[in-house]
Ligand binder design. Structure first.
Ligand code: URA
Length: 432
């Protein structure tokens, strides 16, 4: 078999066989295929697309290109994945919530890059929290307390790592079969039986429209089912940032507030919807009964107690959770004032995420370091009425020289109107 012939076949619009796809993934992982050949094939896939069979085979081959976790000894296991957004701290709420109901969470999470944050960075803002555990410690922690969250290792789906970096450099990221196989290969390798995806749509998301988010969701759900997993995809709004806090320690603070029964309604609603779907799929309840269970676990404080147990077990300083004022704090807090009166009709979530990166909350390259205390607290969001001079947001940073640039970008992300705008639905649809 020759990679040359596989490229030519896809270039001409033909379907690849399972053997050809398997050959490509294995040879690429073993560094036997040149980058220029791999990118030629990826561009051909980008332009010609893939049948469902090709996409499922590609995903399965990528999933077994490195380590795969066998979680069967843990019984009921569930994972959630968000396609990425601004202010998205739902994992911090959902993971302890479902664990408090007896569903095991053995989760690998990513770091933030660009305008989107990552769960591992958020957890690392808690003093002492260990984001890497040995495989044995990882499993035994889940057996003991029902939850462990660690950073994703490079040995999980290494083919995806290679393919993603080539796509990133060759304008081939935005292809549904390539995105679906990339995300699902890592989820399949990570071993959980139930997988619930939070597929974001809007200005801060990969998928800008509900149509594109739905198409991606359906493909990912099909892939997971074909691999024997229980699947759901919740399509949720990322036109406006989720909740009020953006930035690592600030997001931990907001997640803790929701776990304590306070905090933002939109964050609470997305978290409850995701958790209810996980419970329904994992425990066999209908969705209404599952929703009641997760609401009760949140309201009774059971989920918060599980979160505290999780943080303590993984080495985190629990006093920073019990009193979130002890989390890292920025030296400068700048009050950003509204230049106009009226309703906020739009907030470009991506630009607001980028403004928080300017303040130090995120990284532009994988090598950048982050400032856990930096970020933005939104006092006003889309649909709110404001007067000129009202505080729209607080900018938190240890680098006050960056405030003007962040402010400029933040303000350019906002539109104002005299009429109260329609908000996008927070939860657009759930695909089963
Ligand atoms: N996230 C991934 O892991 N892969 C993609 O291709 C896009 C988003």
């Amino acid at each position: 078999m020759r990679i040359y012939d596989i490229i030519a076949k896809k270039r001409d619009g033909y379907e690849l066989t399972d053997e050809e796809i398997g050959f490509f993934v294995r040879e690429l992982t073993n560094e036997k295929i040149m980058d220029y050949q791999a990118t030629a094939l990826l561009m051909a896939i980008y332009i010609r697309g893939m049948s469902d069979r090709e996409m499922i085979t590609l995903t399965k081959e990528m999933a077994v290109s490195g380590d795969t976790l066998d979680l069967s000894e843990l019984g009921i296991t569930a994972d959630k994945h968000s396609t990425g957004g601004v202010g998205d701290k739902t994992t911090l709420v959902v993971a302890p919530l479902i664990a408090s109901l007896g569903i095991n969470v053995a989760k690998m999470s990513g770091r933030g890059l660009g305008h989107t944050g990552g769960t591992v960075d958020k957890l690392e803002s808690i003093r002492g929290f260990k984001v890497s555990l040995s495989p044995d410690d990882f499993i035994s922690q889940v057996k003991k307390i029902g939850i462990a969250v660690v950073g994703q290792t490079g040995r999980l789906a290494p083919a995806d790592k290679i393919i993603y970096s080539l796509r990133d450099a060759t304008a081939t990221v935005g292809s549904v079969p390539l995105i679906a196989s990339s995300i699902m290969s890592k989820k399949l390798a990570a071993g959980s039986k139930t997988i619930v995806l939070d597929v974001k749509y809007g200005s801060g998301a990969f998928m800008k429209t509900t149509e594109d988010a739905e198409a991606l969701s359906k493909k990912m759900v099909d892939i997971g089912k074909a691999a024997g997993r229980r699947m759901a995809a919740v399509i949720s709004d990322m036109d406006t940032p989720l909740g009020t806090n953006i930035g690592n320690a600030l997001e931990v603070k907001e997640a803790v507030a929701v776990l304590r029964g306070e905090g933002s309604e939109d964050l609470k609603e997305v978290s409850l919807t995701l958790a209810a779907n996980i419970v329904a799929l994992s425990l066999g309840d209908d969705i209404a009964a599952a929703r009641k269970k997760v609401e009760a676990a949140l309201e009774s404080g059971k989920a918060y107690e599980k979160f505290k147990e999780f943080i303590t077990t993984q080495g985190g300083d629990i006093s920073q959770i019990e009193n979130t004022d002890k989390l890292p704090k920025a030296k400068t807090v700048y009050q950003l004032l509204s230049p106009e009166s009226g309703y906020i009709s739009k907030m470009q979530a991506e630009d607001i995420g980028s403004a928080s990166v300017i303040l130090g909350a995120g990284r532009l390259t994988k090598e950048d370091t982050i400032d856990y205390s930096a970020g933005i607290i939104l006092n006003k969001k889309t649909g709110d009425k404001v007067q000129r001079g009202d505080v729209l947001a607080e900018l938190h940073t240890n680098n006050s020289g960056k405030i003007k640039d962040a402010e400029k970008l933040f303000l350019s992300a906002l539109s104002f109107s005299s009429e109260k705008p329609e908000r996008n639905p927070l939860i657009y649809k759930t695909i089963l």
